[in-house]
Design a protein around this ligand. Structure first.
Ligand code: CA
Ligand code: CA
Length: 312
């Protein structure tokens, strides 16, 4: 009896040690992976800063007037960019210098989605609007008032992906690709938000009943707010990349590629278009820089709008 018992016990101990070793091994692997991502970000950031620093003359973009050189700092990262005004709409754009970054969330990010696997992406320079498209801008181009919450400086919403594309066609613009959206949102940060590891309801218009990693109730505004009215400017001078309205992207939704890509535009076909950035009625976790959501291109709601980019 005692021999049987001690054999069983020995097996249990061996199994326990084996399990401990497995867990320790996984932790070390995840840690090494995380450190690798941090280094990749830092190297890419330095390269891009060097490229921009060597560029004396701002490039010309047809349909845009050059405004100024501007410097923005966020999370200890400083970016100097050129800014332009779109002549037809009057909207201000930032020239995002482009570069190579790790798109997606790190394995250590709380509340991350399974579709946010980190992968290396290179984006070429592009112009992106500093704010979501407002109702005033929409009216200027489309001569209609489709939004549920009415106000000229509120973001336009209740427009389908097709209607957003129709606005773009008429204005000589386009939607950002998902990669362009995340690159300009992050501005080289790798924290869950471009403002840091967390956000507050005073900075971002999300559903305050569901703060990120929080248990206490916060303010819930129940509506959109005027664009650029909350202190959430990011390291590239963009407002409301977190919250207010979700933003349509150009891409069909699908799993990310696993290999490094250059200027990815998503799959050739699909049934749902990517939206990014969360909104006034979604939890703070949905505002994370890496968060991906998707709806059919004919979906319409008072929490989905868009921002715009220049055409190539
Ligand atoms: Ca937004
Ligand atoms: Ca998601």
């Amino acid at each position: 009896m005692s021999r049987t018992y001690s054999t069983t016990r020995r097996i249990k101990i061996i199994f326990f040690i084996f399990a401990l070793l497995m867990i320790a091994g996984m932790c070390i692997f995840r840690w090494i992976e995380h450190v690798g991502y941090v280094q990749a970000f830092a190297e890419a950031s330095q390269k891009t800063a060097a490229i921009l620093g060597s560029e004396a003359q701002p490039p010309n973009y047809p349909g845009f007037t050059y405004l100024r050189k501007a410097t923005y700092s966020c999370m200890g990262i400083t970016n100097t960019v050129h800014e332009y005004q779109h002549e037809l709409t009057g909207m201000e754009f930032v020239l995002i210098p482009g570069g190579t970054f790790m798109m997606g969330s790190t394995v250590l990010e709380p509340e991350r989605g399974v579709d946010e696997a980190q992968h290396e992406v290179t984006v070429s320079p592009f112009l992106i609007s500093k704010t979501e498209v407002t109702q005033a801008m929409w009216y200027k181009v489309m001569r209609s008032h489709p939004s549920s919450f009415q106000g000229l400086h509120l973001p336009v919403e209740s427009i389908t992906w097709y209607e957003a594309m129709s606005f773009c066609e008429k204005a000589g613009l386009t939607l950002p690709t998902e990669a362009q959206w995340e690159f300009s949102c992050r501005a080289w940060t790798q924290t869950p938000f471009n403002l840091g590891p967390n956000i507050t309801i005073n900075q971002v218009n999300y559903n305050g009943c569901y703060p990120y990693l929080g248990t206490h109730e916060e303010l819930y505004r129940l509506k959109t707010v005027p664009v650029a009215s909350l202190p959430n400017i990011n390291g590239y001078g963009l407002f409301d990349t977190h919250g207010n309205v979700w933003e349509w992207c150009l891409d069909w939704y699908n799993d990310y590629p696993t290999k490094p890509t250059v200027d990815p535009k998503g799959p050739n076909s699909g049934s749902r278009k990517v939206v990014r950035g969360g909104s006034w009625n979604y939890a703070a976790l949905d505002s994370r820089s890496a968060e991906r959501c998707h709806w059919g291109p004919d979906f319409r709601s008072d929490f989905v709008g868009f921002r715009v980019c220049n055409r190539e």
